[in-house]
Design a protein around this ligand. Structure first.
Ligand SMILES: NC(=O)c1ccc[n+]([C@@H]2O[C@H](COP(=O)([O-])OP(=O)(O)OC[C@H]3O[C@@H](n4cnc5c(N)ncnc54)[C@H](OP(=O)(O)O)[C@@H]3O)[C@@H](O)[C@H]2O)c1
Length: 256
């Protein structure tokens, strides 16, 4: 009889994680490597990616580092080709990198900030999916995981353009699931709540904001990056073989 836990393994799989050098992406890279995957860690700063790759290697895993800016059209193919060439395949793509240069009322958001948010958080993931399908997944299948946010489902004030980008990411996750399902490619999103990273530092370190969020959260605390990573490993593995087009909320019950 097949060992039931085999379906939770990523052994022999090759995964690319954008924004893998710190925060949630780093935790996903470490968790996928621990589950047996060969991992490509991508972010703009190569040294930070190399540090995570070295951490994985020191733990007995296999990892490479790739420098790239997901907000630049010219980087998309290079990032995907770097992963396919360096790993030998690309079974898992985690679109995790994101940005939010605007904090304040939505009507005050500058065009340049909104453009940047949509370039990095929406167009970037979409370009990487296209490049991944053309380079590998279209022929071999795969699992794509888009890191959205509960803000894309139930938006809070002050980060409206970012929330709109995450709503767009969730929407295109569903369309891609329909369009790519016949090629054996599953496409899902994860919607984290408040997680302790550099990205969320202002929210966590501003007591008025933090207390309000934690007060509405069933578990009465914010999350840690490795509490999101397990959801990514699950969606990537064969145990999730009939899950596509879904949004897995990982928010401690904030939106429950
Ligand atoms: N933390 C939260 O509370 C929270 C909640 C909901 C959703 N999320 C989502 O979770 C994901 C990860 O967030 P995080 O909190 O872990 O952020 P983080 O700690 O700030 O890490 C961001 C990562 O993305 C990379 N990055 C940023 N811009 C990039 C670009 N243009 N191209 C390539 N890489 C880029 C960064 O490295 P470089 O600077 O070297 O590029 C870094 O590795 C994001 O999609 C975010 O929207 C976070």
């Amino acid at each position: 009889m097949e060992d039931g836990l085999q379906r939770f393994s990523l052994s022999g799989r090759c995964a690319l994680i954008t924004g893998g050098s710190r925060g949630i992406g780093r935790a996903v890279a470490l968790a996928m490597a621990a589950a047996g995957a060969k991992v490509a860690v991508c972010a703009r700063h190569l040294d930070a990616c190399e540090a995570v790759a070295a951490e994985i290697t020191a733990r007995g895993g296999q990892a490479i580092a790739i420098a790239g800016n997901v907000g630049r059209a010219e980087d998309a193919v290079a990032i995907i080709d770097g992963a396919v060439d360096g790993l030998g395949a690309l079974d898992i793509l985690v679109n995790n990198a994101a940005t939010n240069p605007h904090f304040g009322p939505l009507v005050d958001a500058e065009d340049a900030a909104v453009d940047r948010i949509f370039q990095v958080n929406v167009q970037g993931p979409l370009r990487l999916v296209g490049a991944a399908v053309r380079a590998w997944m279209g022929e071999h299948g795969g699992s794509i995981i888009n890191m959205a946010s509960v803000g894309g489902i139930s938006p809070e004030p002050m980060i409206g353009a970012y929330n709109a980008s995450k709503a767009a990411l969730i929407n295109l996750t569903r369309t891609l699931a329909h369009e790519l399902g016949a090629s054996g490619i599953r496409v899902n999103a994860i919607a984290p709540g408040l997680v302790e990273t550099d990205f969320a530092r202002v929210l966590i370190e501003t007591p008025a904001i933090h207390d309000q969020i934690v007060g509405q959260t069933a578990l009465h605390r914010h999350g840690q990056p490795d509490e999101v990573a397990g959801a990514a490993v699950f969606l990537a593995c064969d145990a999730a073989s009939y899950i596509t087009g879904s949004v897995l909320v990982v928010d401690g019950g904030w939106t429950a």
